[in-house]
Design a protein around this ligand. Sequence first.
Ligand code: AMP
Ligand code: MG
Length: 424
Amino acid sequence: MISVEEAQEAILSRIQPLGRTRVPIVEALGRVLAEDVRSPRDIPPWPNSAMDGYAVRAQDVAQASKERPATLRVVEEVRAGFEAKRALGPGEAIRIMTGAPIPRGADAVVLVEETEKAGRDEVRIFLAVPPGEAVRAAGEDVREGATVFSAGVRLNAAAVGMLANLGRPTVHVYQKPRVAILSTGDELLDLGETPKAGQIFNSNSYALAAQVIEAGGDPVPLGIARDNAEDLERHLREGLSADLVVTSGGVSVGDFDLVKGILGGLGSEMHFWRVRMKPGKPMAFGTLQGKPVFGLPGNPVSTMVSFELFVRPSLLKMQGWSRLFRSRVEARLLHPMRKSPERRHYVRSVAARREEEWTVQAVEAQGSNILHSMVRANALVVFPEFETKLEAGAKVQALLLEEGSALAAAPEQVTGAGALVSAR
Ligand code: AMP
Ligand code: MG
């Protein structure tokens, strides 16, 4: 059996980023940029007013105060989207709105609240302002020619806004991996059908599709293959139009030969593992006609945890991410845990941050078929291979599954947690 790290290394060394594709900027949200983006012009493109008020020459209002206002002649009005027709001369003011270009000759804006209209075309200014007051300088946000984004960054919502700001309707990002998802098992039933004795709903295909979407990929559902060579082979062949194939079930000891035989028959290079972990020890990985194929175990929690540790990093690498793994935090364990040696356990847990410290508490039931434990968990505590005991208060490593919600979650929400927790 190899370790999780050895398995990850063996997988990731065989995964390469996909090609680039050009997409409308909103579709680039959350994706990795595959080009350098430079600004074709200054932003803002010209000096403009930060406020509604009067554009003035600062020297004309240098002595102005509440008691002794400066009186200026209002010669024009300029709104956002237009330019003043004339330059400002001594003793003159131009009424100006937020975002309108500063007229030639003006060097400051006085807020409208500091002024009062006088007669038909005069204004009293009650405040002395320095040059530059309420003026947004050309290029103060972005300079013409500057590299605004370098290839390799992930675009957030503000980045999408910035691309629009630069006038870019589309941008190059890495392609989304298309992930073929195949469930195997004679007992499996599609949603919408009525279960007969011995049948259960196919949940893995749906959990995996959701995990694929969360990891930025596009799921390609292949349905259910029955436990016989013909059906499995037919479905696997269909999967080869995708960028990556994930199957669940049929890799435990008895079934393995079936899957191995078919993959081998199709010309796959197989690297089979039993990985030193729990849940999810049996797992197959191969390359079939250049496409990575993951044979994940069938128990729903094992499927999801194996996806998390092996498939997700692969999908991120295909999309050009540089950070492939979840955040790890050191956390204080709130109760003791026991296990047998040799395999590393990934214990479904709730992590919470309290002031400077993370605490972590296992959710109650840890069987690899207990999907509700996965529903509750926001973290996987790493219980190292050769350890058998962790005491309450021990410092442990926890992988944060949902980085946002982990911050908000409180351990009290997990009823009964900590009661048990021999993570066998
Ligand atoms: P297997 O690895 O095929 O022996 O499956 C292990 C366990 O996971 C069995 O209890 C299966 O019924 C269950 N299982 C396998 N595939 C699925 C699936 N797609 N959805 C739900 N449970 C499954
Ligand atoms: Mg099966």
